[in-house]
Design a protein around this ligand. Structure first.
Ligand code: DAH
Length: 340
C-alpha cells in the first residue's frame, strides 16, 4: 500500500466529485470511497498489517485524505442543494404584487327577487306566507274549489295526471282550502308556489310557472278592501303609481269574479308581444270566495266573507323588469341573467 496510491485515489475522487450532478450520485461515490467497504476505508483497515513506521506514515496521510474528502463531499452536497433550491425558486416564483382575479359571485334570479319582494310587502300588511304540495289531490285542485267532475270549467286548466292518482297542481288556489280546513278566520295569507299546465309555450305562457295566491277572510270583507290592498301592493311592488282595472270574469271558486289587468309596463300601454298588443296585461284572477268553497273548507259560509286572488309570478316579474318574453326566465342565458 504505497503513498502514491493515496495520491491517485485523491485525484480520482476529486474528478468524480466534480462530475456529479445529483445528491444520489454523490452519495454513491461517497459510499464507493468512504462507506463501510469503501476504498479508503479498506486502506485504513489494512494499516495494522503494516510495519509500525509505515503504519504511522500511511495512517496519517490516509486520515488526512479522509478528512479532506469528507469536506469535499460536504462542499459538493451544499452546492447541489443550493442549485435545487434556486431551480425551485425560479419555477415556483409568485408575483405577490400582481392584481388578483375577482371570483364572480352568484346572485338571485329575477323570479326569486320578485317573489321575495311580494312576500315582504304582504307580510308588512299582516299576511302570512303559506305553502302546499305541488302534487295535489284532484279534490283540492278542483272539487273543493267548486269545480265538479265533468264540469266544462275543468277544461280551463289543462292538467298533468300522475300514475299515483294525484295530479300536478294547476294553480296554488287549492292551498286556500287546505289552510281554511286547519285555521279559523280571521286570516290573511299568500301562497307562492310552482304550478303546471299541459300547455303550449309562447311569449307569455310556460307549462311550468309560479303563482302567488292571496286570501283574506274575515267578517264584513268587500271588494273595496281588495282594491285597497292590491292597489297598495302594486304601488310598492312597482315603486310607482300603477294603473289597474278589474274586469268581470268567471272562476267557479269566486262570486263575483274578476280579472286584474295592469297597464303594460313593458310598452307603456302602446302594445307589444308581452301584452299581445292590447296595452294591458292580465296579472291575476280574483273574486269574493264562493260559499261552496267555505263549505268545503268546513267553515259556515254565512259567518264569513273573503276575497282571493291568484297572481302569475312570471307576469309580475316581466312587468317589473320590462322583460318581453317569459321564456327568457328559464333560458339559463347568462347574458340575460347577469342584468339582475
Ligand atoms: N286559480 C286561478 C287560475 O289559476 C286564479 C285565481 C282566480 C285564483 C281567482 C284565485 C281567485 O284565488 O280568487 O287561473
Amino acid at each position: 500500500m504505497a503513498e502514491i496510491n493515496l495520491k491517485t485515489l485523491k485525484i480520482r475522487v476529486e474528478k468524480e466529485i466534480e462530475k456529479v450532478k445529483s445528491l444520489e450520485e454523490l452519495n454513491e461515490i461517497f459510499n464507493k470511497y468512504l462507506g463501510k467497504k469503501g476504498e479508503l476505508t479498506l486502506v485504513l483497515h489494512s494499516l495494522e498489517k503494516l510495519p509500525k513506521a509505515k503504519r504511522i506514515q500511511i495512517g496519517r496521510s490516509a486520515n488526512e485524505l479522509k478528512i479532506f474528502l469528507r469536506a469535499e463531499f460536504e462542499k459538493k452536497s451544499k452546492e447541489i442543494k443550493e442549485e435545487i433550491h434556486k431551480a425551485l425558486e425560479e419555477k415556483e416564483w409568485l408575483d405577490i404584487t400582481a392584481p388578483g382575479k375577482r371570483p364572480s359571485v352568484g346572485h338571485l334570479h329575477p323570479l326569486t327577487l320578485a317573489k321575495r319582494k311580494i312576500e315582504e310587502i304582504f307580510q308588512s300588511m299582516g299576511f302570512s306566507v303559506v305553502e302546499g304540495p305541488s302534487m295535489e289531490k284532484e279534490w283540492y285542485n278542483f272539487d273543493a274549489l267548486n269545480i265538479p267532475k265533468d264540469h266544462p270549467a275543468r277544461d280551463a286548466w289543462d292538467t298533468f295526471y300522475l300514475k299515483n292518482g294525484l295530479i300536478l297542481r294547476t294553480h296554488t288556489t287549492p292551498v286556500d282550502v287546505r289552510y281554511m280546513e286547519k285555521n279559523n278566520p280571521p286570516l290573511r295569507i299568500i301562497i307562492p308556489g310552482a304550478c303546471f299546465r299541459h300547455e303550449a309555450t309562447d311569449a307569455s305562457h310556460e307549462s311550468d310557472f309560479y303563482q302567488v295566491d292571496g286570501l283574506m277572510v274575515d267578517k264584513k270583507i268587500s271588494v273595496a278592501n281588495f282594491k285597497a290592498i292590491v292597489g297598495e301592493f302594486f304601488k310598492r311592488f312597482f315603486e310607482k303609481d300603477v294603473k289597474f282595472r278589474l274586469k268581470p270574469d268567471f272562476f267557479p271558486f269566486t262570486e263575483p269574479s274578476f280579472d286584474i289587468g295592469i297597464s303594460c309596463l313593458v310598452c307603456g300601454g302602446k302594445g307589444c308581444s308581452a301584452c299581445k298588443n292590447s296595452g294591458w296585461m292580465e296579472v291575476a284572477g280574483a273574486g269574493m270566495v264562493h260559499p261552496n268553497v267555505f263549505k268545503n273548507s268546513k267553515l259556515i259560509p254565512r259567518d264569513w266573507q273573503g276575497w282571493a286572488f291568484g297572481f302569475g309570478l312570471e307576469r309580475l316579474t316581466m312587468l317589473k323588469y320590462k322583460i318581453n318574453d317569459i321564456r327568457l326566465l328559464r333560458s339559463g342565458d347568462l347574458r340575460f341573467l347577469n342584468q339582475f
